[in-house]
Design a protein around this ligand. Structure first.
Ligand code: TYM
Length: 371
């Protein structure tokens, strides 16, 4: 039997991969054959990821997720849940599973559109681990020893300084290079890993022939480094306990309370200046959320105290998060939809990743009996 299906209403942009499943057999669900169509690539490629190791923070949102949403129309985007990375620190299995699901819901709630971007779980695409191993053999111990995140995390998890924690930046390089990404939207803390990615890719390209595109980081002007509210000399992070971290699912009252308690100085003037770490941080947050420049913020709060400023920051952050939280509840109640997005995303990502991996396998000299 032959069906003539018109695909004119499917808006497949350049470079996007479309997976179509044809079902046939006596019961419509008996056989399913995925057919993958791909347009010639001309759009630039973006890849990024977040570890689903807990509730995402305001730092994850302003430093990464929000920027991912902004570039979806212009670029061909791959956004993953970096669950392989998450197990470099001990996880409770049931919590990790649940956090993966919740983080997928947060991606969608923040505005990642699965019709534009490929959203997937890293562990569902084996090519990440496979390329990770090959690249381990092209990353030098000296380079890995210099990674500041490894040093920080080993200090925080002194009882579990495992090999994965050490080679984790190489897995990140594999994540990026598999998709031939041009741009990687991240916060400042990931730029050192990105530099290593570039070095590994260049080394591999020189050893063989051009295989990997050399990616660039994409950071936002404000929001690329959100600091802890209780110690504004340290990065805001998921693992901080206490009131220094705003979580994306914090209620309005909690957000306002945490910002009211934020550590500031005794100068009393809302202005961006060397050494005013707490105020600089709140100004960065306010600027990232409202789009106002530092000059505009300074004149808005000229002659007013920190109390007024903190209230405004609290309201602005809580309002922005409230929109997202509503959407989040909606996605959390539709497990089937999220599962379907993740299954389709993994199929699309695997298709692209396998192409790079087989090129790499051929170049390093692995024997393929099928060829
Ligand atoms: P992760 O999960 O620690 O953080 C995810 C993203 O959030 C950004 N970020 C911040 N930005 C500003 N201020 C903060 N306080 C803040 N905290 C976190 C991070 O810079 C990051 O962009 N290794 C990565 C995940 C990853 C990845 C990749 C990223 C795995 N593979 C490939 C890009 C490309 C990580 O642990 O991010």
């Amino acid at each position: 039997m032959c069906y003539n299906t018109k695909y004119s209403d499917i808006n497949l942009s350049q470079g996007q991969v479309l997976v179509v499943s044809i079902r046939f057999g006596p019961g419509a669900e008996r056989y399913e054959v995925p057919i993958i169509m791909e347009m010639n690539e001309t759009k630039k490629v973006v890849l990024s990821g977040i570890q689903p190791s807990g509730t995402l923070t305001l730092g994850n949102y302003l430093g990464a997720l929000r920027n991912w949403v902004k570039v979806q129309d212009e670029y061909l985007c791959y956004y993953m849940l970096a669950d392989l990375h998450a197990i470099t620190v001990r996880q409770v299995p049931a919590d990790l599973r649940q956090n993966c699901f919740k983080t997928a819901a947060i991606y969608l709630a923040a505005g990642i559109d699965p019709n534009k971007s490929t959203l997937f779980l890293q562990s569902m695409v084996p090519a990440h681990s496979q390329l990770g191993w090959v690249l381990d053999c092209y990353a030098m111990m000296g380079e890995l020893n210099r990674m500041t995140q490894f040093k920080d995390k080993s200090a925080r998890h002194a009882d579990n300084i495992n090999g994965g924690l050490y080679t984790y930046p190489v897995l990140m390089a594999a994540d990026i290079l598999l998709y031939q990404a041009d741009l990687v939207p991240v916060g400042n803390d990931q730029l050192q890993h990105l530099e290593l990615t570039r070095d590994i890719a260049t080394r591999f390209n020189h050893a063989y022939s051009d295989t990997f595109k050399i990616p660039k980081g994409l950071t936002s002007e404000t929001g690329a480094r959100i600091m802890s509210l209780s110690d504004p000399t340290k990065k805001m992070s998921k693992s901080e306990t206490g009131d220094g971290t705003i979580f994306m699912l914090d209620s309005k009252d909690v957000v306002i309370r945490k910002i009211r308690k934020a550590v500031t100085d005794s100068d009393g003037e809302v202005r961006y200046a060397e050494g005013k770490y707490g105020i600089n941080n709140l100004m960065s947050i306010y600027s990232a959320v409202t789009g106002k420049t530092f000059e505009e913020i300074e004149s808005e709060f000229a002659g007013k105290g920190y109390g007024d400023f903190k209230s405004a920051v609290g309201e602005a952050v809580a309002d922005e998060l409230a929109v997202l939280q509503n959407e989040y509840q909606h996605y959390m109640s539709d497990k089937a939809y999220i599962n379907q997005i993740l299954i389709e995303g993994a199929e699309k990502a695997s298709y692209v990743a396998r192409k790079t991996l087989s090129k790499v396998y051929r170049k390093v000299g692995f024997y393929d009996p099928a060829k």
